[in-house]
Ligand binder design. Structure first.
Ligand code: BEZ
Ligand code: FE
Length: 293
């Protein structure tokens, strides 16, 4: 079959016929079909094609061991969020997922329930707590609750080595007999994603801001259940309606009220009154590697 504008995608798709892996054949054929449709739909010029190649080249060149500009590109185009959503359908029963993001680069330090993870002491103290259950509400003791957030200045510890203590605002907790977890931290704040590279150029060129609304990251897992990668978002944060990476889901937004409870303050080591963020998590039954439900 000769190459022509009309048949371009068919010709290239046919070239994959010998691929041993049928899934690879399917994914590549579909990708080529959409790419060719895109070129035809916008009548892509030589200059635009070259600019696109240049942009992708710089995106690759910006990647280092601690910076993944391609994932950031996927994030700001909504692709990361779509892949996450397609792969973690909850059926309205379990806690919804959202993007992992690029800052879970280190293993979180093991912590004990009640620990204070706010090692630099900045920001407004906050008690974070909740319960991990299965879909029928049964408590999941021994569940692992991995959390990480930025400090008051809007940076993760891995972005500021030597400035923040390693492990600042990170922790790996294990739920108690009733499936509960609690720890001391700071009220999360909003912050910009790294915008000094090609992704930042794209945001500027399209009139978009780089901010994410205030959030705390979670990965929660328990034996016999599907893990969830998610965040809890702070209800009064700016940018809830315009997250740079489209990560907000209504079900993940919580108030962080001031609580006046001297007994609980004394039991948890908080100064009364204190801000409290409560986030219960429901996991679906299944194994860690199950695909889309
Ligand atoms: C984050 O929330 O850590 C994040 C997610 C996507 C892109 C950049 C940062
Ligand atoms: Fe984040």
């Amino acid at each position: 079959m000769g190459f022509s504008e009309e048949r371009s995608a068919d010709v290239v798709a046919a070239s994959f016929a010998g691929a041993a892996d049928p899934r690879l054949r399917q994914v590549l054929s579909s990708l080529v079909r959409h790419l060719h449709d895109f070129v035809k739909e916008v009548d892509l010029t030589d200059e635009e094609w070259a600019a696109g190649i240049g942009f992708l080249t710089r995106t690759g060149q910006t990647c280092t061991d601690v910076r993944q500009e391609f994932i950031l590109l996927s994030d700001v185009l909504g692709v990361s969020m779509l892949v996450e959503t397609v792969n973690h359908r909850t059926g309205g029963v379990a806690t919804e997922s959202t993007v992992l993001g690029p800052f879970h680069q280190v293993r979180s330090p093991d912590r004990r329930l009640g620990d204070d993870i706010n090692l630099d002491g900045k920001g407004v103290p906050c008690l974070v707590s909740g319960r991990v259950t299965g879909p029928d509400g049964t408590a999941l003791p021994g569940a692992r609750v991995d959390v990480w957030q930025t400090n008051e200045d809007g940076f993760y510890d891995v972005q500021q080595p030597g400035v923040q203590p390693a492990g600042n605002l990170r922790g790996l907790f294990t739920t108690d007999e009733q499936g509960r977890y609690w720890f001391r931290s700071a009220v999360p704040r909003y912050y910009p994603i790294p915008a000094d590279g090609p992704v930042g150029e794209l945001l500027t060129a399209t009139g978009r801001h780089p901010y994410r609304p205030a959030h705390l990251h979670f990965i929660v897992s328990a034996p016999g259940h599907r893990p969830v990668t998610t965040h809890v978002f702070v209800a009064d944060s700016p940018y809830l309606d315009s997250d740079a990476v489209f990560g907000v889901k209504e079900s993940l937004i919580r108030d962080v009220p001031e609580v006046d409870d001297p007994a609980r303050a004394a039991a948890t080591g908080m100064a009364n009154p204190f801000r409290a963020l409560t986030f219960d998590i429901t996991l679906l039954r299944g194994d860690a590697h199950e695909g889309p439900a």
